[in-house]
Design a protein around this ligand. Structure first.
Ligand SMILES: Cc1ncc(COP(=O)(O)O)c(C=O)c1O
Length: 460
């Protein structure tokens, strides 16, 4: 651990860390990472860690993909910057847009670029508002998100995010944002309720919310196909089959936040394919460039585009975009990443090795500390609980999952704890079976350490 290294102390002096307990980073120091190789990263003392979270759910091709570095260098040498405002475009961005539409689910017609998942979702909110103004429905502006969703941290997307830490003391959420149920069967189902009945109840709740607010006030519904930072929540059977007709019935746009799910993570190229979704807008980021460059995208249907086109005729401009929308360097890296996904059949790889990781996670299901072990493709989680029979959680202040994650790091694997004592697994998609076994072994040792700690302190 880098608690006392000079690099960690230097960082403590100057760097304000995002999404971090600021006191803890001051006392314990950050883990300073200096290089990466395959699925591993190395700290400033040379210790190796298996990156079981692909960084922040994004480094799908690991940490040493030479072709991505070369693509960036080539593009930097040829055209390091150009923009896509006012009728210009860096040529490489056209290639990327074309390729994205070619691999996207049917119905997607245009691509609008940004730099982060938050920006893409923020853009999707603006598009939903803009479209409804264009259609003469100025009151149809509320957005429905879900409890435990994570859609980003800009003012609007933090409001969509259904997790307290994104709101507390930031004066959020803003108005016109609503949160419906989280589709977590283990936590949310009534005793004896089937997955299908649970899904039907949540869909009925959604419809009730829409009717209560007034359907003509609701613009869009946002959902991650599999919820990530809220705890890796895989929706119950028939959930989206029940939700989508309701959205269509009330003419509510469906925004699929594919920031984590896209590009193979759930065992298909897009989460939309895994769950048979027909979104109006898909937001992409993270694995779009394998995490090597900041880039995100909104894919939207031709139908939506036609509305924007007509409105731009009326207003004289489509007045949205960032200096770095379609920046050529991240675009070149993303294009190369998409070529690699296709050449190496990354979806096939996920289907081949995913079951090994899920079996590994589920092999701990009987452990007294594990309430639920869940996942799909190459993303999964366990929920740590105090009492298996009653599903009672530990006092959050005890930091049990955080302790487990620290121990996993000690044993050589980086995992992540999330609210509700969930521990996530989301390794690079290039992970092989030996490396999966290694990751699960580190987790197993950390779980043993945690069990000892819990017994020692009399927490259970
Ligand atoms: C599903 C989802 N949407 C949006 C975001 C926000 O992306 P960014 O951190 O690039 O703004 C994240 C980040 O983890 C995410 O997981």
């Amino acid at each position: 651990m880098s608690l006392t290294t000079p690099a960690a102390r230097r960082d403590q002096s100057y760097h304000l860390h995002p999404a971090t307990n600021l006191r803890a980073v001051q006392t314990e120091g950050p883990l300073v990472i200096t290089r990466g190789e395959g699925v591993y990263v190395y700290d400033d003392e040379g210790k190796r860690y298996l990156e079981g979270m692909a960084g922040l759910w994004c480094a799908s091709l690991g940490f040493s993909e030479r072709r991505l570095a070369d693509a960036a260098y080539r593009q930097m040498s040829e055209l390091p910057f150009y923009h896509s405002f006012a009728g210009k475009v860096p040529a490489i961005a056209t290639e990327l847009a074309e390729r994205l539409i070619r691999i996207a689910p049917t119905g997607m017609g245009k691509v609008l670029f940004a730099n982060s998942g938050s920006e893409a979702n923020d853009t999707a909110i603006k598009l939903a508002w803009y479209v409804n103004n264009a259609l003469g429905r100025p009151q149809k502006k509320k957005i429905i998100s879900r409890k435990r969703a994570y859609h980003g941290v800009t003012i609007a997307t933090a409001s969509l995010t259904g997790l307290a830490f994104a709101h507390d003391d930031f004066d959020l959420p803003i108005e016109r944002i609503l949160h419906t149920d989280c589709p977590h069967y283990y936590r949310g189902a009534h005793p004896g309720e089937s997955e299908e009945a649970f899904a039907a109840r949540l869909a009925a709740n959604l419809e009730q919310l829409i009717q209560h607010e007034g359907p003509d006030t609701i613009a869009a519904f946002f959902a991650e196909p599999v919820m990530g930072a809220g705890g890796v929540i895989v929706p119950p059977a028939t959930y989206f089959d029940r939700i989508q007709p309701i959205l269509r019935k009330y003419d509510i746009l469906f925004v699929a936040d594919e920031v984590i799910c896209a590009f193979g993570r759930t065992g298909n190229m897009f989460g939309a394919q895994t769950f048979n979704l027909q979104p109006d807008i898909m937001t992409l980021a993270k694995a779009l460039s394998a995490g090597y460059q900041p880039i995100s995208a909104n894919l939207l249907t031709s139908k939506l585009y036609d509305i924007l086109l007509a409105q731009s005729d009326k207003l004289g401009i489509f007045g949205h975009g960032y200096t770095y929308s379609a920046h050529p360097v991240p675009a070149a890296v993303a294009l190369e990443a998409l070529k690699i996904y296709e050449e190496r059949d990354i979806v096939g790889e996920v289907r081949r090795v995913g079951p090994r990781m899920l079996a590994g996670i589920r092999s701990y299901a009987d452990h007294p500390l594990i309430g639920e072990a869940r996942g799909i493709g190459l993303i999964g989680a366990v929920e740590i609980i105090r009492d298996k029979a009653t599903k009672q959680s530990f006092d959050p202040k005890a930091g049990v999952a955080a302790y487990l994650v620290r121990r996993a790091q000690h044993h050589g694997a980086i995992l992540r704890n999330m609210p509700g004592d969930n521990v996530a697994f989301c390794p690079p998609l290039i992970i092989n079976e030996t490396e999966i076994d290694e990751m699960m072994a580190c987790f197993g040792k950390a779980l043993d350490d945690t069990w000892s700690m819990v017994k020692e302190k009399g927490l259970a």
